[in-house]
Each structure stands twice: as C-alpha cells, then as structure tokens.
Design a protein around this ligand. Structure first.
Ligand SMILES: Cc1cc2nc3c(=O)[nH]c(=O)nc-3n(C[C@H](O)[C@H](O)[C@H](O)COP(=O)(O)O)c2cc1C
Length: 416
C-alpha cells in the first residue's frame, strides 16, 4: 500500500546529505543534551568552534589511522572502497565529534605501503565522497590527513609487519631509482629502510603544489570539512624539520627557519579562507642524545610560525623520525605534556589537539577541563570500540543524541 495524504505526515524525512534514503537526524548525532537533573555538561562535551566549523558539543575525535585497505595496483590503486565507508561510517554513526581520515598520499610514491589510501587524483577524491556524505548525514565533521611518507614510503602494511616482522618492502617501489625521496640521503635505519634520494628544489616545489592540489580536491570534490597536514612520525615533512635527517645546505636545510620552510610553503598553499587547517607534528623526536634532534622547544617555537601562517589546530604527537629514539612511554595520555607545553605558550591563538593512550572518559575530560588541550584524539580505543563516545558519555553521566536508528536502548528497555 502506498502511503498518501494523512499518512504522509508520519513518513520520515530523508537527509539531503546523501544521494539515498537516510532518516534525517534533525539534530547532530553526538550532541550532548542538557539532562533532566540540569547538571553541567562535562568539558569533554562542550562545543568548540574552529574557524567556520562547529563541533557538536564534543571534543573527541578519531585520530588518523592508516588501514592499508585499498588496491595495490590497477585503476583502483589508492582509492577508497566500501570498507572505508563502513569503517569511518561506524564512527560517524556513533556521533564522534570529528573524524580524521587516515594519512592519504598526495603522490603514489609517497604511500607508506602498497595498500595505502591516496588523494593524488580527482577520481581518488570522488571515491571518498560517500564517506564524507555519510558523516554529514549524522551531522558529524570529517577531515582528511594528507601526507607523503618520504624515506619511510613503500613499506609493508603494519598488519603484515606485525604478523611477519618488518622487512625491506617486498612488494613496494623502493627498488625504483629515485622513487624514495627525502631531504638528504640518510636512511631511517640501515637494516630495513632504503636510502632516499635527495629532493631537488624543483621537486620540493612540485610536492608543495601536490599538497595544495590534494587539499583542494579534498574540499571541493570529496567535501571534507577540514584538512590535516601530516608533519609527524618521520614522514617527509617531519624529516625536513629535524637536523638528524636534514643535512641540506640550501634554503631547505641548516637553520630552523630553513628546515621549517617546506612545511610553511605547504601550509600556504593548503590553507583556505573558510575551512580550518590542522597540522600534526611530532612534538618531540624523543632522541635527546642525538645532536640536532627535534625537541618540544622546537615545536613551541614552530607554533608561532604556524599561527602567523594561519594554522587553526596543532595536533601534537611524538617520535617516528629516528630509529634511535626512546620508546614512547606507555602511560595514559603520555603525550599530553607535549600538547600542554604548546598550549601554555599559544593560549587562545591556536587550538591544540592531544593524542596517545587516552582510554578513560575522566582522564579525557580533565585534559579539556584543565586547558591542557582543546581536542582529544583517540586511535586504538576507537578501533576497540567505535561507540567510544557513547561509552564515555555514559561514564560521565551525560546523555548524547544518537542516530535515529540507534535511539532504541533509551526507550526499550530503558537501561540508562
Ligand atoms: C593502526 C594505526 C594506524 C595509524 N596511522 C596513522 C596515520 O595515518 N597518521 C597519523 O598521523 N598517525 C597514525 N597513527 C597514530 C595514531 O593516530 C595515534 O596518534 C596513536 O595511535 C596514538 O593514539 P592511541 O594511543 O589513542 O592509539 C596510527 C596508529 C595506528 C594504531
């Protein structure tokens, strides 16, 4: 029977964010309700405006995490698949404040592994559009991390490496002359990384343009709400920052200002008048014994330049640029002190995100409440539980809006 007339009043409206029927979420998923007892909303569920972007009363984000789940070769190489829709959709449907899609290569040679996601062509950006649309149907904000692996490109997907041990990339392109590039011909480690070819100034400028193009297509074709530049973990941009990996004598090496030049040039082409720009750096290289290693003092100094160049959020991670670095610590929020050092310096001039072993709602809430960072990003705890926001809302005794189809547990049986 076709519903007509009176019955139509009871038909659900569809979201206009997706090109298929999806029950419209009239208020964004994840938004915290003022609850009956009129208790104060915990800091973790407070709103945050980043340039034109309003986070839905929630400071919790999915940290970028490579999934190595695209075709190695052929026409679909590097393109998003239904897996990515399911994977990122699972965070979106659970009302995460913001999602940062995994490091996506701006150039095929800059993939970390053959199965890495890419955004080096318009078709790649188009393949990501359904992921963005689905997030938007929930009212969830979604961005993408764009990057180049530099001397750590062409590796083995971490799930293979974990199972089989990391070897020199067996299936990559590291044996193609000139394909693996870096600031200087210094490898990450002798045993399992190839020595990169030093980039010429012309090649650096070409890569700057490729970052700019990737960001533009992420916004204009995929529809992402923001872009994050990957300047951490020893990948191309990080390796320019540190004297341990950058021994250049031209305008991209030597002084602090020269080593940060590549990153700043990229920021200048990537930034947008309307959308926020995130940058992730390793707050410290964690190798104090190495002369010229990047330190938290360097990151604090860099933050002034980032403000000047229009960055909105500095996402502070650590490590990854030196095989001789200290192992990252294991405690909850072990990188929070790095974020706090930046936050104490920048105040309201720059938003700061922290990440790293944050697994408990109260801890995350305190980070925001104490002003140590503005955003809490979470990686592995989201892999364990895509409904982490719901769990943390329960833990902090706050009611959040769920997507229409998932509201049932509040009503039948009402367990919370
Ligand atoms: C499977 C996996 C893939 C990752 N891929 C990326 C990535 O693409 N870009 C990035 O900046 N960090 C990446 N990371 C680091 C995470 O974003 C995060 O900073 C790190 O896991 C620490 O946070 P956690 O303890 O909450 O997982 C990855 C981590 C994991 C576990």
């Amino acid at each position: 029977m076709t519903a007509t007339g009176e019955e139509n009043r009871y038909l659900t409206q569809s979201s206009d964010k997706v090109p298929y029927f999806y029950p419209k979420n009239k208020i964004p998923v994840g938004i915290a309700y003022k609850n009956d007892t009129n208790k104060q909303i915990p800091s973790l569920f407070n709103p945050l405006t980043i340039k034109n972007l309003k986070l839905n009363n929630i400071r919790i984000g999915v940290s970028p995490m490579c999934t190595y789940s695209t075709a190695h070769d052929g026409p679909d190489k590097g393109k998003s698949t239904p897996f990515h829709l399911v994977h990122y959709g699972s965070y979106a449907v659970q009302g995460t404040g913001l999602i940062i899609v995994e490091a996506s290569a701006i150039d095929p040679n800059g993939r970390l592994a053959p199965e890495d996601l890419g955004i080096w062509s318009d078709e790649h950006a188009l393949a990501l559009k359904p992921v963005v649309e689905f997030a938007h149907a929930q009212g969830v904000k979604i961005g993408i991390q764009i990057g180049h692996g530099g001397r750590k490109s062409s590796r083995t997907a971490t799930y293979n490496a974990m199972q089989r041990g990391i070897g020199k990339a067996e299936f990559g392109w590291s044996d193609v002359p000139g394909a693996i590039v870096g600031p200087s011909p210094i490898n990450y480690d002798e045993e399992s990384f190839v020595t990169p070819t030093e980039l010429s100034v012309e090649q650096i400028q070409d890569l700057v343009q490729k970052f700019g193009d990737a960001a533009k297509r992420a916004r204009d074709i995929s529809g992402f709400d923001f872009v994050e530049i990957h300047g951490a973990h020893g990948y191309l941009l990080n390796s320019f920052l540190s004297k341990t990996s950058n021994k250049r004598t031209d305008q991209y090496g030597g002084s602090f200002e020269n080593r940060i030049r590549f990153l700043l040039e990229i920021i200048d082409v990537v930034k947008d008048d309307h959308q926020p720009l995130f940058v992730r750096v390793s707050g410290s290289e964690l190798a104090p014994q190495l002369e010229g290693s990047w330190t938290i003092e360097d990151t604090v100094k860099l933050s002034d330049y980032l403000i000047e160049h229009g960055v909105d959020v500095l996402d502070v991670s650590s490590g990854g640029n030196s095989s001789l670095a200290e192992r990252r610590k294991t405690g909850q929020g072990f990188q929070v002190p790095l974020a706090k050092a930046v936050k104490d310096h920048v105040g309201d001039k720059l938003l700061v995100a922290t990440v790293g072993k944050i697994t408990e709602a109260n801890f995350a809430n305190d980070v925001i409440k104490n002003g140590e960072a503005d955003i809490v990003l979470v990686g592995k705890a989201f892999l364990r539980n895509p409904a982490l926001v719901w769990k943390w809302a329960d833990d902090l005794d706050v009611r959040v809006k769920h997507t229409n189809q998932y509201e049932w547990p509040y009503y039948y049986p009402p367990f919370k």
